[in-house]
Design a protein around this ligand. Structure first.
Ligand SMILES: [Mn+2]
Length: 326
């Protein structure tokens, strides 16, 4: 690992134009880590372009540099870094015409496929943003207020406000360090985890209204028709899955979101120790032990729901049986 770090530092400092990428449907860790590293490298005198295949969600547009995020990789780039991205497919349209393997991959997903020349993967970290705080010094880069605000956004959102089981002593130590450099915890918390659009609330009402909870699995679905009815235009589930994980009888929460062209997007959250990334992988997706996702194509919502519940029940039963062995 030490030699990988030295090599990464050398490549970073030797590059003329660096492009930093992250995954499709960018979340707070994708946006925060991309912008955080962008600003740290720029402060070190580097020319950097942040790039994402999809637009930055409005929740994160308060972060400095959002308006500069490109939706394609510039031609004169000589170093490519992917952040928070488990495999090349997750880069979406950005990954299609890139020279493979790309240069550096920095991530915290347990399912990371080590697709780059240099792979820095720390699956014990709560966020890629958390890992980056540790990497700044070995990379010869400095922390400042701008960088700290971006990285705290990634850390706070991926740890769901410091409540995932990946949140440890070092996570809070890292957060403390970011606060010392001027990161605004209150503002970031309020903007990213607390306040939401009225339409999101209406979507919660709709999805929670049809939610079910049986034998440890809490689930619901979001239909295209339902979204249209309340004027909810974004692609996801408005984080209704987090609400399902609050149900005290739920070991696993599942939300199925109907998308155009016969696609159904599924999200899992494990409340107990069952590994939902394995269930997601069965459906061609991936993620973490406690949070994972996948898409099924060419099916109706009903078919997908049946298959997904069957697999989830199987995995949960296997896990619970394993737990009861004396
Ligand atoms: Mn992440």
């Amino acid at each position: 690992m030490a030699s990988e770090l030295r090599k990464a530092k050398k490549w970073l400092h030797g590059a003329d134009h660096i492009c930093i990428l992250s995954h499709v449907s960018p979340d707070g860790d994708a946006v925060g880590s991309v912008l955080g590293l962008t600003w740290a490298l720029r402060a070190g005198g580097k020319r950097v372009t942040p790039a994402l295949a999809d637009d930055v969600p409005s929740t994160f547009t308060f972060l400095p540099g959002c308006s500069e995020v490109a939706n394609a990789v510039p031609e004169d780039v000589d170093l490519l870094i992917a952040l928070d991205t488990a495999d090349v497919e997750r880069l979406g349209s950005l990954g299609q015409d890139l020279p493979q393997p790309i240069d550096i991959n920095i991530d915290h997903h347990v399912s990371n496929s080590h697709f780059a020349n240099i792979n820095l993967v720390a699956d014990d970290m709560a966020a890629t943003s958390e890992y980056l705080v540790d990497l700044l010094e070995p990379f010869g880069l400095a922390l400042d207020k701008q960088v700290a605000n971006c990285l705290l956004t990634g850390l706070l959102t991926d740890s769901l406000g410091f409540r995932t089981n990946s949140t440890g002593i070092s996570t809070l130590g890292t957060a403390q360090k970011l606060l010392r450099y001027g990161a605004q915890l209150h503002e970031i918390y309020d903007r990213t985890l607390h306040r939401r659009s009225f339409e999101s609330m209406k979507l919660w009402a709709q999805a929670l209204g049809t939610a079910r909870c049986e034998s440890g699995i809490a689930w619901t679905h979001v239909t295209l028709e339902g979204k249209a009815k309340i004027g909810y235009n974004a692609s996801g589930d408005a984080d209704v899955i987090s609400q399902l994980t609050a149900i005290e009888d739920a070991d696993v929460a599942v939300v199925l979101v109907e998308r155009p062209d016969a696609e159904v997007k599924i999200s899992w959250r494990a409340v107990s120790g069952v590994d939902v990334s394995e269930i997601a992988q069965f459906f061609g997706g991936g993620g973490h032990r406690a949070a994972a996702g996948a898409s099924i194509y060419g099916v109706t919502l009903e078919q997908a729901e049946q298959d997904v519940l069957y697999r989830t029940r199987l995995a949960l039963n296997q896990y619970l049986q394993g737990c009861s062995v004396p």
